[in-house]
Design a protein around this ligand. Structure first.
Ligand code: ADP
Ligand code: MG
Length: 392
């Protein structure tokens, strides 16, 4: 997939550019708790900052419901952005404020949360027309929302002709890294899929079966696979309505001679907070009063061995309840194995990326995706609305 590049924008020197960024950062008491997404947006802002006339940054934040809500204001992002860029940022309290059109050359604006207007989520064309009216050019660098057909990423770019719209550097990097995993990945391709539930990941799981040589299953979803094989899993998290889906994945893997690994041993506990019993058991011997919380040592070994020879690795979803140290070993083992891999390694997913950070190996992974849902959607082979709108 070739997206229109930032560096190919026509007439950027006099441009008034609207940039759609992913500034959906965690905020508490008016303070930004994690600036990862702000930092990720800087290369595009710096490049435009050295060239364009006026730049406005816009984003959503949190679960705003189509009306102004102080709990989800983007105001705390402005000083962090200003510090990071070393230039003033003017915060505008409404993304449709009429003063935006009068911004002087050299101004950098940060617009208030797009989702304070119902038109954003509704992909409303009138909202998009008002939002984009003051701007000659449009840049989308918000990979995290690329899978949503919202006005700022779908209707808005459609209002610009080619040459006047582009993907930002982050978007370009995401798409090129994920494309390497989707289109003709170098074999052996090993995918690791875990996390809480199989129901949120069936489409990407099935799409991966068209490409991988080996699939490693862990986390809560592995319980559904174990149960589908007729094992007792005690009080573990399980999705009974997904048993036939899990069986279908196993059958498809067998048909294609794909190696599908599910845990042969597991860590079990009597609870998550202050457990009084924590044991390692074979996965066919899970006590009825305990729950599976992590891979056991033998499974860790099998999974890391499978990863050792991979030329391409994609990982989504932790192998256990890694938020609790005692249940993090399986997840950290995958993180370490990926760091040590000489293949091309990609991690996507909110919690998986947190695990990569906790393991301290971010710099040793080829691509850490900023978009959880978007990366899974891309992996599934879906047409992402934001990308389609840029290409048109
Ligand atoms: P990601 O954000 O990486 O896509 P998910 O959101 O699908 O991952 O799942 C992450 C969550 O899954 C974590 O919070 C973790 O605690 C939970 N989880 C992993 N293994 C288990 C398990 N065996 N039982 C219950 N929850 C689990
Ligand atoms: Mg998650």
């Amino acid at each position: 997939m070739i997206l229109p590049a930032l560096t190919d924008l026509d007439g950027v020197e006099d441009a008034r550019v609207l940039t759609r960024l992913d500034l959906n950062v965690p905020v508490a008491n008016g303070e930004v708790l994690d600036d990862t997404r702000i930092v990720a947006a800087l290369p595009t802002l710096r490049w435009l900052g050295e060239r364009a006339s006026v730049i406005a940054a816009c984003s959503h934040l949190g679960k705003a419901k189509g009306t102004p809500d102080p709990a989800y204001t983007l105001a705390p992002v402005a000083p962090v952005l200003a510090d990071a860029l070393g230039r003033p940022v003017r915060f505008v309290q409404d993304c449709l404020d009429p003063t935006i059109a009068a911004a002087e050359p050299g101004t950098l604006l940060l617009l208030e949360n797009l989702r304070f207007h119902p038109g954003e989520k509704a992909n409303d064309i009138d909202f998009a027309a008002k939002l984009t009216a003051p701007f000659t050019h449009f840049v989308n660098d918000a990979f995290g929302t690329a899978h949503r057909a919202h006005a700022s990423v779908s209707a808005s770019p459609r209002l610009y002709t080619s040459g006047k719209k582009a993907a930002g550097f982050l978007m370009e990097r995401e798409v090129s890294a994920l494309s390497r995993v989707v289109t003709d990945p170098e074999q052996p391709f090993v995918a690791v899929v875990g996390g809480a539930k199989i129901s949120t990941k069936t489409a990407p799981l099935e799409a991966l079966l068209d490409r991988v040589q080996t699939l490693l299953i862990g986390g809560g979803m592995a319980n559904t696979f174990l149960k589908a094989q007729g094992r007792e899993i005690g009080r573990s998290l399980v999705e009974d309505e997904m048993l036939s889906r899990a069986r279908a994945v196993m059958e498809k893997a067998a048909d294609r001679s794909i190696e599908l690994l599910i845990p042969t041993d597991v860590v079990v506990a009597d609870g998550l907070d202050n457990p009084s019993r924590v044991e390692i058991v074979p996965s066919e011997l899970v006590p009825s009063d305990l729950m599976v919380v992590d891979l056991g040592p033998e499974s860790r070994q099998r999974y890391t061995t499978a990863l050792a020879g991979a030329r391409t690795v994609f990982w989504n979803g932790p192998m256990g309840v890694f938020e609790i140290d005692a249940f993090a070993e399986g997840t950290l083992a995958i993180a370490t194995a990926m760091a040590e891999s000489s293949g091309f390694t990609v991690v996507g997913g909110g919690e998986s990326v947190m695990a990569i950070r906790r393991a301290g190996v971010v710099d040793r992974i080829d691509h850490v995706s900023t978009g959880g849902g978007a990366s899974l959607s891309f992996l599934t082979g879906d047409v992402l609305p934001a990308l389609a709108a840029l290409e048109e």
